[in-house]
Design a protein around this ligand. Sequence first.
Ligand code: HEM
Length: 139
Amino acid sequence: MRVLPIALAVLLSACAQQPPKDDSLYRDLGAMPGITRIVEGMLLNIARDERIVERFRRIDIQRLRNKLIEQFCVEAGGPCTYTGDSMAESHKGQNVSRSDFNALVEDLIASMDKEGIAVAVQNRLIARLAVMRGEVIEQ
Ligand code: HEM
């Protein structure tokens, strides 16, 4: 009977990673225009964030913007397709630490605050992204 708990764990973690079936979070974030402003605001905050800005200096920031918009849209239950690399792939070799991760989340929260997104709505998006933590950190 050792197989069952493993199968259950795999099933549950797969469920946690499925995008939500309803699009209420997508709508609460302001659909595509709102998500676009949130991502652009987050990237502007990162550009001023001495804790992590160095990591973003030599990358294609336009591509990152586009992939983040797609990803947030999908995670929020919106009508998008994510066409970027997996989280493990794109953060491999970067040695992203827990404090780097927290810094980026703070920059995202500051951007959502500026957009007037309610805290309860913010927390729903953060919860979706928190699931990816293990794939981003120390890869
Ligand atoms: C929940 C947290 C995070 C999410 C959802 C996320 C999401 C993404 C996405 C969608 C991409 C684009 C993949 C592609 O180009 O196909 C990306 C790339 C990247 N991420 Fe993250 N990321 C997170 C955390 C972080 C953190 C904490 C850092 C560093 C402080 C970071 C640094 C980077 C860099 C430098 C790239 C570009 C890699 C390259 O083009 O070679 N990410 N991330």
